[in-house]
Write a protein that binds this ligand. Structure first.
Ligand code: PEP
Ligand code: MG
Length: 891
């Protein structure tokens, strides 16, 4: 029979799978000789058995009885003993922390007799009856599923009856009466008496904790956090210690370093004469932990010793829950604590200097997501700020603008040059344009997976959502803060997407020192660099040395290319050419599309050629010596033509007035001809190159001529020509052969040898499935995971992200958008296949990725494992990709 119950002396911190995080760490502290109230842990294995069979495993009761007997012997009192009862808590504790998701019951062991014993022992009748009513309340709510409000209302009534407003003003008699009321609530709700047998109380509480694993909120939480559903939870049975036994007792939380800044020192809160839940419920104000030194110097000194022991032992920041019972310190919990991004970098760096961890280990403890957070501009902390309220930090950044309350105004005002913050109760797909126009988005409803949050993150736009304390009144176009301030439309506000704070007026914004370091403005060896910049520098150097993959950037202007290079890019992995055909040049493209004769078309192309050449000269110069992958034109042609509705109206009006409209009519016919129901799946990419004669060859000629010019100037251009949206090798071959021909021609004209690689994007499922054939004709592959995700899932990003994605995220269909983080099971599988078959067909073929996933930490790890040679991402994400490639390689 499996061992289902472990005494705290039998476990250790590495047994989290079996004992859960809390149980494993309680055992670890026990074995370190720290003052942990004795107890035992029921394993996750027992929970899994229970959930599968809806019955406790055979033998579990006997094992519990055995451990309980040992506990009673150690404590010198028995559960339910009438003159001096042992009381225990029953707490959940899964492998991964699931804050507030599962159940806890305290004070198990009290009944009508033992409550008197407890009162006598403690010399405190009020305390004993308060503990008893807490037991019935928690047990009723969590074990017996009784509406918690019934209990709350009864307490409220008792206070009203007595004419007091504070729990502390209720005395023993009041609680004694409340116990009777609570028991009646239980009787009415369940038809049974509250169980007086402590062992029965314990048994039911254990079942309730097991059951809480499958509570709807826990299921949803796991889905969103990607915690496996089949782990189950452990149950910790711990002898009770009481922080509510008078002013020499209390309870607190502590951190071994500041989890916000990472600075060393004493951080935490303490509350005298209280139990843990009271701190959370905020019934009274806590005092800073430092005050404990004055209140109870001996306990304070003991706590400081323990904190040092824990830090040295766990070699990391720990957070702690403790209770002092009449001057005796007890440790109730510890774990490696959560921290902000800045604290993560600082602490990892400090721990190296303290000799507690290696540089390699330090790098494993900081993430690309944290680095990205350090790169957002932020509000100047030194500036005077007036805070209006607070919501959820849904999408980081610092945004300032005039408050507007509908999308239409957001668009109108932003067109006339105003920065605006779009304030809505919640957003929906109709708000999309307004969201694009705004500097930031503020909502009063909805969580981190709400429409506003999802779409804002997708756009990289600052967002604070679910700021419930702000009354956003869109009808009257104003916002009322809890402090009574009224913000009318047009008033300036500042929102902090990194912290969730909302401020009145314009708060000055400062650029991140980390970005200034990456930009070369701060020398990490100088005094200008603070400890955060020095930590970042140290970890980046290590990662750069460790990584196997190169990191390139997606850039299509010389300025972006130069910036990417400063950020550490080793080339351009995707130079899109779409924007080069917009603006003033749009008219030329129209001419190209509308050309009736070869001559007209050639003229249009000949005018475009020198412009394209100039584009490339600048980019090749900025990336001199490094590869630049130029992608030939991709988007559907109609994107270059006027809007069909506007044009139809113009033609109709002209017709009605009898005005000349020959040009517009021709254009309208072309627009109709090229109109597509699903442009994403229509005439774009290589299809366009094959259908519009001369278009791709003009682009290749421009690339070749630009390269020749750079060579003449003494540069070292390294262009690579990339064909988009290839589905079959034949498409690629036609374009490749033409490209090679053009390069030769240009080379001969210029008197230099031009032989640049021609490769393809792999961004359609068919391309991935036939990668072996395609590799025969491709010098390189670059995975276009944006389109590959669209086509594998069969949804168009533009349509779905703003419409139903937030719904899918809320339902937990996916924990994160597959456009944000690569869908490893689906899209990833195709990539793995294409890598394998591509390399078999052409050993040494260069493989990269240029979809947005190239800058996403989790995806970078997958690309490393899949064996890609490089990732390419937006210039700003280059440091993130460098760090994560290094972290992936060190694993
Ligand atoms: C892609 O599809 O991943 C890609 C990089 O191309 P685009 O985003 O320009 O379609
Ligand atoms: Mg694409």
């Amino acid at each position: 029979m499996p061992k289902y119950v472990f005494d705290f002396t039998e476990g250790n911190k590495d047994l989290k799978d079996l004992l859960g995080g809390k149980g494993a760490n309680l055992a670890e502290m026990t074995n370190l000789g720290l003052p942990v109230p004795p107890g035992f842990t029921i394993t996750t294995e027992a929970c899994r058995h229970y959930l599968k069979h809806q019955a406790l495993p055979q033998g579990l009761d006997a094992q519990i009885d055995e451990k309980l007997a040992a506990l009673e012997a150690a404590m010198g009192k028995r559960l339910g003993q009438t003159d001096d009862p042992l009381l225990v808590s029953v707490r959940s504790g899964a492998k991964f922390s699931m804050p507030g998701m599962m159940e806890t019951v305290l004070n198990i062991g009290l009944n009508d007799e033992s409550v008197e014993g407890l009162a006598a022992q403690a010399g405190e009748a009020r305390f004993a009856w308060d503990s008893y009513r807490r037991l019935i309340q928690m047990f009723g709510k969590t074990v017996q599923d009784i509406d918690g409000e019934l209990f709350e209302d009864a307490i409220e009534e008792a206070k009203q009856h007595k004419g007091v407003s504070d729990d502390l003003d209720l005395d023993a008699g009041d609680f004694k009466a409340l116990v009777q009321t609570f028991k009646k609530i239980v009787r009415d709700a369940t038809g049974k008496e509250f169980p007086a047998d402590p062992r029965e109380q314990m048994k039911q509480a254990i079942r309730a904790v097991f059951d809480s694993w499958n509570a709807p909120r826990a299921i949803l939480y796991r889905r969103q956090e990607r915690i496996p559903t089949d782990l189950g939870t452990a149950v910790n049975i711990c002898s009770m210690v009481f922080g509510n036994l008078g002013m020499s007792s209390g309870t607190g939380v502590a951190f071994t370093r500041d989890p916000a800044s990472g600075q060393q020192g004493v951080y935490g809160d303490y509350l005298q004469n209280a139990q843990g839940e009271d701190v959370v419920a905020g019934i009274r104000n806590t005092v800073p932990l430092g005050d404990l030194e004055r209140i109870d110097p001996a306990s304070y000194a003991a706590l400081m010793d323990i904190m040092e022991t824990l830090e040295t032992h766990y070699r990391d920041l720990c957070d702690i829950e403790f209770t002092i019972e009449r001057g005796k310190l007890w440790m109730l919990q510890t774990r490696v604590g959560k921290r902000t991004a800045a604290a993560a970098f600082r602490i990892a760096n400090q721990l190296i200097d303290q000799g507690l961890i290696t540089l390699d280990e330090a790098v494993s403890r900081v993430t690309g997501d944290q680095l990205a957070q350090l790169m957002f501009p932020r509000f100047d902390y030194a500036a005077k700020r007036h805070r209006l309220g607070h919501g959820m930090n849904a999408s980081p950044g610092a945004a300032v603008g005039r408050a507007v309350f509908d999308s239409y105004t957001a668009i109108k005002w932003s067109r006339s040059g105003e920065d605006v913050i779009l304030c809505r109760r919640e957003t929906n797909p109709d708000d999309l344009e307004g969201m694009i126009a705004a500097q930031g988005i503020l909502t009063s409803r909805g969580g981190k997976t709400s429409h506003a949050a999802v779409v804002a993150r997708g756009m990289g736009k600052t967002c604070v959502c679910g700021a419930e304390e702000l009354d956003i009144d869109t009808k009257n176009r104003r916002l009322v803060a809890p402090g009574g301030e009224v913000i009318e439309e047009g008033d300036v506000i500042s929102i902090d997407g990194t912290s969730g704070a909302v401020f009145l007026g314009e708060v000055p914004v400062v650029s991140s020192p980390v970005v200034r370091y990456f930009d070369g403005e701060i020398d990490p060896a100088s005094d200008q660099a603070d400890d955060l910049v020095r930590a970042v520098h140290r970890f980046m150097q290590y990662s750069d040395a460790a990584r196997r993959m190169n990191v390139r950037a997606n850039a299509d202007t010389p300025e972006d290319a130069a910036r990417a290079r400063r950020m550490g890019a080793q080339g351009i992995g995707l130079c899109r050419t779409e924007h080069m055909f917009l603006g003033d040049r749009r008219a030329l493209v129209e001419r190209l599309i509308l050309a009736d004769t070869d001559k007209e078309r050639e003229e249009a192309l000949a005018t475009l050629l020198p412009m394209q050449r100039e584009d490339f000269v600048g980019i090749f110069a900025a990336m001199d010596g490094l590869p630049v992958t130029v992608r030939l034109l991709d988007p559907p042609l109609h994107e270059f033509l006027p809007d069909i509705t506007e044009l139809s109206v113009r033609v109709a009006v002209a017709e009605a007035r009898g005005e000349e409209h020959e040009g517009d009519l021709r254009m309208l016919q072309a627009v109709h001809r090229l109109h597509e129901q699903n442009p994403m799946l229509g005439l774009r990419g290589v299809r366009l190159g094959l259908v519009v004669p001369g278009l791709f060859t003009m682009q290749v000629r421009a690339i070749a001529q630009a390269a020749a010019e750079r060579i003449r100037e003494g540069g070292r251009p390294r262009p690579e020509i990339m064909i988009p949206l290839v589905g079959t090798v034949q498409e690629l071959e036609i374009v490749r052969d033409e490209s090679i021909k053009v390069m030769r021609e240009v080379g001969e004209e210029a008197g230099v040898e031009l032989d640049f690689p021609v490769g393809t994007m792999i961004e359609l499922p068919r391309a991935a499935l036939t990668a072996g054939q395609i590799a025969e004709s491709a010098a390189f592959f670059s995975f276009g995971t944006n389109d590959l995700t669209q086509t594998v899932w069969g949804f168009s990003r533009d349509d779905v992200e703003a419409s139903f994605f937030s719904n899918y995220l809320e339902k937990g269909v996916f924990g994160v958008s597959p456009f944000e983080s690569l869908d490893v099971d689906g899209v990833g599988r195709l990539i793995t296949l294409a890598v394998q078959e591509g390399r078999e067909a052409r050993p040494g073929i260069k493989l990269g990725v240029c979809g947005e996933h190239g800058g996403d930490p989790a995806s970078v790890h997958f690309f490393h494992q899949a064996g890609l040679d490089y990732v390419s991402c937006s210039p700003f994400r280059v440091p993130v990709a460098r760090l994560e490639s290094g972290r992936a390689a060190r694993r």
